[in-house]
Design a protein around this ligand. Structure first.
Ligand code: RFL
Length: 388
């Protein structure tokens, strides 16, 4: 078994296969330090924590993860809080930075005797629907190489070799550009409120998410095509203060921005998630906009579903779970896509082909009003917000 990519999907899958006694090798394009330092997600769903716990992969998470259960919406009409950890299914998030989870999973994989090749880039998966699937690679010394495998799991993200290797006629590609961009910021500053903050402002959306005692993620909606370094740190902080209504609700703790990146909010899904011996997992299977913090959670869930299916096929001689892999995962993926789409329309005035739309804006105000006032709507929100 060959796994492409050492992100959350590849490393959960690798650990679970090792535990089941299935031989696998992981091929990763980047070096170890780069994999361990790539700051991205932070909010883990309760189901993700359960998956990691039942597979003995939650040591770091239990030590350093922080339970999180409240979000706050700030609008022109005031602010309100939802204790989502008490609504819906009554489950909180656990805040644990993705790169720390990846570091834990990698250490675990290596300790258990897992094989991983860093600086090894998969170029293509060949003969996935034939008798001898293989992966061509560029080895760390730059030379070409080839790995043969009975199965290949593409956990190598949206731009990886796995997706590219599925023939266009064998897959349907659904995609959507939401027409909204965010400046994603990682601030070396403590969180400024004890909740996830969603600020809806006439100048655009601003978001606040805790990562750790000294690190906070912020998002600032920006015009399409904005460069990540277009604004000085002071200008970014002033804009965050304005949109988060700091004058009314308390100033933000400032610090240096350790990371800035512009994200164009987009989504896509491939169907099916299997082509012969090649399986798509995590971002390689579907990209989901970060508006609802689902990507890493789906990656972990799909990795567990695939690990169980491979175990049934290889140890039990039962191919049925592998045949069901794509449909099972797609049901979760489309549910998460729908909620994330709903979040985008809650948080932004999304572009209307007919230009600025006061009608759309009224709908958005009504949507947020329902969330503020309707217990049934709040339960629905909480269930989808923490669930995958
Ligand atoms: P990853 O994490 O991208 O890992 C893929 C790995 O594959 C390697 N690779 C290759 N290796 C070999 N050959 C090739 N040809 C290769 N091409 C690539 C890469 O180097 C990498 O190591 O994919 P995976 O495992 O599917 O995990 C997906 C998650 O990383 C992603 O969905 C989340 O980060 C999304 N996301 C969030 N998800 C959440 O659940 N909660 C959050 O709070 C959250 N916040 C976020 C996010 C994504 C963000 N970005 C990137 C837009 C915040 C941000 C800013």
């Amino acid at each position: 078994m060959v796994i492409l990519g050492a992100g959350p999907a590849g490393l959960v899958l690798g650990n679970l296969l090792l535990r089941a006694g299935i031989d696998c090798a992981l091929l990763e394009r980047s070096g170890r330090a780069s994999v361990e330092n790539r700051a991205r997600a932070g909010f883990l769903a309760a189901n993700t924590v359960r998956i990691l716990a039942r597979n003995g992969l939650d040591d770091g998470l239990r030590r350093n993860g922080q339970e999180h259960r409240v979000c706050e919406f700030r609008t022109d009409d005031g602010r309100f809080r939802l204790d989502y950890g008490r609504l819906g299914t009554g489950e909180p998030h656990t805040v644990y930075p993705q790169h720390e989870l990846v570091t834990d999973l990698l250490a675990r994989f290596l300790d258990a005797g897992g094989r991983i090749r860093f600086d090894t880039e998969a170029i293509a998966v060949s003969d996935a629907d034939g008798p001898t699937p293989s992966v061509t690679v560029r080895e760390s010394d730059g030379r070409p190489g080839r790995w043969r495998a009975r199965y290949v799991a593409a956990c190598d993200g949206r731009h990886g070799a796995g997706r590219r290797s599925v023939p266009p006629g064998a897959v349907r590609h659904y995609r959507r550009d939401h027409g909204v961009s965010w400046l994603g910021l990682l601030a070396e500053a403590p969180p400024s409120l004890d909740a996830v903050g969603y600020a809806l402002h006439p100048r655009g959306y601003a978001g606040h998410m805790a990562r750790s005692a000294g690190i906070t993620r912020y998002y600032l909606q920006c015009a399409r095509g904005t460069r990540a370094d277009a604004w000085s740190d002071d200008r970014v902080w002033d804009e965050l203060d304005l949109r988060m209504r700091a004058a009314q609700y308390g100033t933000l703790s400032r610090g240096r921005f350790a990371q800035r990146a512009v994200v164009d909010l987009g989504s896509d899904v491939l169907e099916p998630l299997r082509h012969g011996a090649l399986f798509l997992v995590g971002d390689a299977a579907a990209l989901i906009s970060p508006s609802a913090a689902k990507g890493a959670n789906l990656a972990v869930l799909e990795a567990e579903i695939l690990a169980r299916a491979l175990t049934a096929a290889l140890h039990g001689g039962d191919p049925a779970p592998l045949d069901a892999y794509s449909d099972r995962c797609l049901a979760h993926i489309w549910r998460a896509q729908e909620f994330s789409h709903w979040m985008i329309r809650l948080l932004h005035e999304t572009p209307d082909p007919e230009g600025p739309s006061p009608f759309q804006e009224r709908l958005r105000r009504s949507r947020i009003g329902a969330l503020r006032d309707s217990p049934a709507q709040q339960d629905w929100f909480a269930e989808n917000y923490v669930g995958v």
